[in-house]
Design a protein around this ligand. Structure first.
Ligand code: ATP
Ligand code: MG
Length: 455
């Protein structure tokens, strides 16, 4: 199939908005005779005049061919190999070879037969002709029409195999192909649909949306580690309030966050309102360009649930104090959620400690500068406490008092005194006749200080 070609004069994607490193890679691939396109979310975002999160490239060059062109190229992945072209400090641009439809998840997960067949082939042979495909196949295996546009560096045109440009102009998020089949293939696409529609402020095409409700239970087959990544993306997408409303409206929340959905069903409308407010607060903070730690994001979003659960533990006498009640409620909740969304242990413990410090901040104003102020989690706990005080009207005076200790120029915590290593001091040697070498190496006292001015 031939793509719809939108020439440069009929679209708004300008080269000046493409990251220079990505542009250089595109040109080097093109000059070496390969096809090279900008693809995925960055084309969509540039056409919408948004700043892309990352720049992804796709080409007909095979990974080894790409490596021959770029000395700073690292090949990753086993079955489908991708190239990372490294630059700067730990930064890279991902370059993929066009993928075929046989590499689609339903084929990959078709069962042991395929895996066994793949395993029988000599190493290195399998992949090549099976997984690499044409630009058209590559476009068709993507998730939504607006995510499948290519920007061709040779002609500066947009190549559209899926009618994505029309959807982009109409601000519609539409699955490529039959939404039910696409969600069953990879249920994570349902969360992606909700996140992309919320972030872009697009309407979901009716079938794309209805199929989420029909297929939501398939999400239970997705890997809990991958769902944790999706949770982090949702929390930091900047449109969490809208996404939260859609998770509820489609019923996906029942499968993605069963614990939260259960909790909501036991609460009055107030519980839901508090979560929505937390979501709005997170969105506003991101809009202001603030970077929030995942622990603070998790604490805020699940805060109302953790707080009521802590209250219950306290009331039923299962724990001696509010601080330990909060610690327990966070650990218990994420342990229950584990089979669906796997939050790493270190992050659970950080979130629990943040809540515990927050409870101490709300309990009493500081009598004097306290060691609490120097805890790494203090600023995040103070943010939470301020949000809590604003929502409930409790602890405002305490939060204001603690806030006096939080400023960017507060004194740095005193470092723990380091154990001093004993320096090796050579024993005095019997005086020897000066050698040529010792004349070139005068005694230390006579040398300039190593860290002194080097003029
Ligand atoms: P973001 O702005 O969040 O990075 P994105 O659309 O670029 O959005 P990525 O996760 O970076 O999302 O993926 C890049 C591209 O890969 C997508 O635009 C889409 O074309 C394709 N893609 C990603 N995940 C899937 C999936 N689960 N199924 C099909 N295609 C996918
Ligand atoms: Mg992206």
């Amino acid at each position: 199939m031939q793509p719809i070609v939108i020439p440069r004069e009929r679209h708004s994607l300008s080269r000046s908005r493409i990251r220079p490193e990505a542009l250089r890679i595109l040109y080097r691939l093109r000059n070496a005779g390969y096809t090279a396109y900008l693809c995925g979310g960055c084309v969509r975002d540039l056409l919408l005049n948004r700043t892309p999160k990352d720049f992804d490239l796709v080409t007909n060059a095979r990974p080894e061919e790409i490596r021959r062109l770029f000395h700073n190229c690292r090949i990753i992945g086993r079955r489908f190999q991708l190239c990372h072209i490294l630059f700067g400090r730990n930064e890279f641009i991902e370059v993929a070879t066009f993928r075929s439809l046989t590499d689609a998840p339903e084929v990959l997960h078709a069962g042991r037969r395929l895996k066994a067949a793949v395993a029988r082939l000599p190493a290195g042979l399998i992949v090549r002709d099976n997984v690499f495909g044409t630009p058209e196949e590559d476009a068709l295996r993507r998730d939504f029409t607006v995510n499948a546009l290519f920007y061709d560096i040779s002609s500066l045109a947009i190549l559209d195999y899926v009618n994505g440009m029309a959807d982009l102009e109409a601000r519609i998020l539409r699955c490529i192909g039959d939404p039910r089949r696409r969600y069953v293939e990879d249920p994570v696409r349902m969360i992606r649909a909700i996140r992309h529609a919320a972030v872009l402020d697009f309407a979901m095409e009716p079938e794309t949306r209805a199929a989420i409700t029909d297929c939501r239970n398939y999400l239970a087959y997705s890997s809990p580690a991958r769902l944790f990544d999706e949770l982090l993306k949702l929390l930091s997408c900047g449109a969490l309030e809208r996404a939260y409303a859609e998770l509820k409206a489609t019923g996906l929340i029942e499968v993605l966050f069963p614990t939260l959905s259960e909790w909501l069903s036991t609460q009055s409308i107030e519980g839901d309102r508090r979560i929505a407010e937390a979501a709005r607060w997170l969105d506003a903070a991101l809009r202001d360009g603030r970077s929030l730690s995942p622990a603070l994001q998790l604490a805020l979003f699940f805060g109302p649930l953790h707080e009521t659960e802590a209250e219950r533990l306290l009331q039923t006498g299962q724990v001696p104090s509010r601080v330990s009640a909060l610690l327990s409620s966070v650990h218990l909740h994420f342990a229950r959620l584990r089979s669906r969304v796997l939050v790493p242990k270190s992050l659970i413990s950080e979130t629990a400690h943040l809540m515990a410090i927050m409870a101490r901040l709300l309990r009493a104003p500081p009598a004097s500068p306290s060691s609490l102020c120097f805890r790494p989690l203090f600023p995040a706990a103070l943010e939470y406490a301020a949000f809590h005080a604003r929502q409930t009207g409790e602890g405002e005076a305490e939060v204001n008092a603690w806030a006096l200790f939080h400023s960017d120029d507060r004194p740095a915590p005193t470092p723990h005194p380091k154990k001093r290593r004993r320096r090796f001091v050579p024993r005095p040697q019997p005086a020897a006749a000066p050698t040529a070498e010792s004349e070139w190496n005068p005694p230390l006292a006579a040398q300039p200080a190593a860290d002194g001015p080097s003029l």
